[in-house]
Design a binder for this molecule. Structure first.
Ligand code: DWN
Length: 392
């Protein structure tokens, strides 16, 4: 049974950065639910994938040093630990992971054609498709053996999880390895990062929910790593239940025990999160309004999908934030979704005269603080809403 716990207002498509501001940009109700049976947390409104992931998806994983490093480290681990002949990445984006593999050893699947083009132009076989059973069948027919399947921040974007995991189990050989990586529900709740929810993020997974899903397809977890990326993520290592050659590590039991103790299997946890979220929204707006009373300049840093949720939910607009800075070329000179706040191409000179930076990309706080030492030395301050709104 799906139980409602939070309404995050009306939200535009989180990555729909418009060239010309329109106050009529389409918005959808963003409501969060907890399923008492399978323990999955999801949003209710499902937008057709084609509306979100098409030929002009702006987000590129390679835009941050943190993510480039994380993918490089993972590629080293995969080679050392599993030594696969062929890996398949679902949601290969701009190739931040597969570029660390030889062209003959890695294949991408990417529904956004602008991104798929990047990896195929570099010589990587890239299927410009959505992940589904039809594609899994095609791959099984065309490719001899895929030893390892990897997918980061992608499966949570696909509505039909039964089809997702059925397709994965079908394509995996008996000794195959599946690694998936997504924001951790426990970290999201702990940090009150309600901004992990937007129309693209249909689910935010816990290990408990992933285990329940895998059970249905005779798959099982054999290791879990906690990562600091995207505000705290989990990397799940999965095998077929019939494969007894891989040992199940204690990390699996430990994570599930931690999550159960924290209450991720209980609806009351999400009711408490909803109250904290409402308080966070109110105090962020109050904090920003107080700063503006003193005629100070606030800008945003990192025009993230997460920031779209925060701005539209907290009713923050161009009276509060002058502009956003972002390094992504496809976001430059466009407007934050749902808001008349312009995004400018990152240039350190644009920080002159700025008093406060609102951290849209709070998940890259360390990387950004390192880069903006000058701003800090000159007395510049940051605003964050994670875990609670504050200035630092
Ligand atoms: O799942 C998803 C995740 C992985 O990426 C997507 N559905 C969409 C996207 O979400 P996001 O926009 O919240 O992701 P990020 O990775 O937090 O976005 C960071 C943004 O900040 C990028 O647009 C790049 C920008 N940035 C910047 O301008 N300067 C980032 C850093 C580190 C910087 O120094």
């Amino acid at each position: 049974m799906n139980k409602f716990f939070l309404h995050l207002g009306k939200q535009p498509l989180a990555n729909n950065y418009l060239k010309y501001y329109s106050k009529n940009q389409v918005k959808y109700n963003l409501n969060l639910f907890f399923n008492t049976k399978d323990k999955l947390v999801s949003i209710s409104k499902r937008i057709p994938s084609k509306k979100m992931f098409n030929n002009n998806y702006p987000y590129k994983s390679s835009m941050s040093l943190t993510m480039r490093r994380s993918f490089l480290d993972l590629s080293k681990e995969i080679k050392k630990r599993f030594n696969p002949n062929l890996i398949l990445e679902i949601g290969s984006n701009d190739g931040a992971l597969i570029k660390n593999f030889d062209k003959n050893n890695a294949i991408g699947v990417e529904p956004c054609s602008n991104l798929a083009k990047i990896t195929s132009n570099k010589g990587y076989k890239t299927y410009n498709n959505y992940w589904n059973f039809k594609l899994a069948k095609k791959l099984k027919k065309n490719i001899k053996k895929i030893d390892l399947i990897y997918s980061a921040n992608t499966l949570t974007h696909i509505s039909n999880l039964n089809d997702v995991f059925k397709s994965l189990a079908y394509l995996m050989p008996n000794d195959g390895i599946l690694i998936i990586e997504d924001p951790s529900l426990m970290e999201c709740i702990k940090k009150v990062s309600y901004d992990q929810f937007y129309n693209e993020h249909i689910y935010v997974f816990s290990a408990i929910a992933v285990k329940n899903l895998l059970d249905k397809f005779d798959l099982e977890l054999f290791d879990i790593n906690n990562l600091s990326t995207h505000g705290g993520s989990l990397r799940y290592y999965i095998k077929k239940k019939s494969n007894n050659n891989v040992k199940i590590k204690s990390s699996v039991k430990i994570q599930i025990k931690k999550e159960t103790k924290f209450g991720l299997n209980k609806f009351t946890t999400f009711k408490k999160f909803a109250i904290k979220t409402i308080n966070s929204k109110n105090s962020l707006l109050k904090l920003i309004k107080k700063i503006k009373l003193n005629k100070k300049i606030i800008i945003g840093y990192g025009a993230t999908a997460k920031a779209t949720t925060v701005l539209n939910y907290s009713k923050i607009d161009n009276n509060h934030i002058d502009f956003f800075l972002d390094t992504t070329p496809d976001k430059s000179n466009k407007y934050m979704p749902g808001k008349k706040i312009k995004i400018l191409k990152y240039n350190q000179n644009l920080l002159k005269g700025v008093d406060y930076i609102f951290l849209g990309a709070w998940n890259f706080k360390n990387e950004i603080l390192k880069k903006e030492k000058k701003f800090i030395q000159k007395g510049g301050k940051f605003i964050t809403h994670i875990p609670m709104p504050k200035i630092f």
